[in-house]
Ligand binder design. Sequence first.
Ligand SMILES: Nc1ncnc2c1ncn2[C@@H]1O[C@H](COP(=O)(O)OP(=O)(O)OP(=O)(O)O)[C@@H](O)[C@H]1O
Length: 592
Amino acid sequence: MDLCQSLKALNRKCVIIKVEHLKVWTEEEKSWWRRKPTKPEVIILNDVSASLKTGDFVAVIGPSGAGKTTFLVSLAGKCTLPSSGTVTVNGTDARRVQRGVIEIVPQFDVFLDSISVREHLVFMTEMKLGSIKKSPHRQTLKNLLTELKLKMLQHSPISSLSGGERRLLSLAASLLSSPQILICDEPTTGLDSYNAALIVGVLKQLAASGKTVICSVHQPSSDLFREFNSIALMSEGRMVFHGSQEDCKNLFNRFDLRCPKNYNPAEFYIKAVSQSRDDYEKVLENYCDQFDEDESSSPACAQMYSQTHQRFWFRQVQLLLWRSTLTFKRDIKNYVFQLFLCTIISSVIIATCYVGISGTTQRGIQDLRGFLWLICSEVSFSVSYCALYAFDSDLVLFRREVGVYRASAFYVSRFLSLMPRCVVWSVTYVAIATLMVELPDHLLTSLKIAAALVATAVASTAYGLGMGAIFISTGIMGDVMPCADLPLFLMSGAFLRISSLPFWLYPVKYFSHFYYGMDAISNIYWRQIDYIDCPYNTTSNCLRNGAEVLAENGYSNDFVLQDGVGILCVTFVWCVLGYCGLKREENKGYTY
Ligand SMILES: Nc1ncnc2c1ncn2[C@@H]1O[C@H](COP(=O)(O)OP(=O)(O)OP(=O)(O)O)[C@@H](O)[C@H]1O
């Protein structure tokens, strides 16, 4: 019986993952003007085959750049690079297995830092398992907090955790769904020996309980390395060896490659395949996959495991909003400061400049127009620029949480989380800025103007969020937005009579939230002005009442219906465009 046959006989366990002739590469990049290759195609994984069983606790080792992370991400079915070959989990393509069967703990943790450990885990439990009010879910969370020594830290903000504690939290979130296959990318890197041993101990227990645990490990100590019952040695994108520690030792010994006493075997194997190409080739030639082709289809392997499901869309929105509220509560000082700086100070400045103005005189018409434009533009610009960067900080988190919730739920929750700002900003502006202005029926008119500005602010938020989502990956939204703003605010009627617009530009006004906002608040004010004083000795044409002012600007007659429908349409269009931008980011896949 040759070595391969004896290995096969020894390893008759249930094969969970089967990797066959996996090849992963990056595509050649060309400059778009000269069509010359700027970056050649790079093969990252080259004809990798392996079979992983229940109870395997695999250490994936190899020199830097060997392809370990790419291999792990492919096992999890999350690799977005071009590939050929297959990765199957009990016969099903890894990319299509049920949610929660495979979980990956990436090398770099990404969390919403301002929330606490418990809040993060409650959010993940709710998203992955179901209501935290259900006793089994509460128990799962409690057990994980105890087993991973996170109980004492459960109320600490994630920002205050050490690197090791963050790793434990990442692991806890992955274990919530009780995955059959757990993949960890360098779980011990950067940890002290106590925390590294703690994590490896937990992972070993999981493997002993019948799960498959695969970890890439960077320079593991001899003690840690011994804990793994299987190793996968990679070099230059190839699987040099995969099997038990004993088999690896025997295989290397056959070629007179003996690990000296007291020498770390992991380091020895990595050194052997990195230093001598002959050794690497010899081992590679004699390495054989240890499992039969048909093992993955054995009845014992047919069970499917974890019970996770995606929550209803509305519940996802609610949970995401709950998480944003937690961040908001922690950052409340910041928001109050923003409110003071952006709104209170600027509205006080406006109020002091427009003391006592009234639209009942010819001179007052210009002042009133300027005043209305200022409050409309200040509100629109401040909320839209705030929304523009809303996804900037969240993108990495969003791409890390791909699959946990739907992109549409995330978009809607982000949009809704900005609504309080639209109300508070508009009401504060109107309340302060109109204090010294002479308005007919002051309170009622201010309330009407505030309501119109809230609606304009909602459309401006949709516009800012949409632009942010469309240009998010390029990071140029701050450059593009001012260009897009220009035609939109020219349509407001504040700088250019709408009736003077060339006919081909006329439709643009229907895309402008500035136009609808100005049209609404101008109508609210000027419709109440029945008489405008016209001095005898004036040389210019007099506007006799508010209706003439509105007509001169080119504002509408049926403003409630037109502006209401217009603002709804603009909001909807920007939301759809923004959602498409975010969906494009989601389609790029999981970031690791
Ligand atoms: N998306 C990508 N685009 C271009 N090159 C990539 C991409 N992902 C990986 N690579 C390249 O593929 C090679 C293997 O990367 P990988 O991260 O899988 O190696 P690794 O063994 O995990 O390395 P390390 O131990 O340093 O983390 C590296 O040379 C890397 O630069």
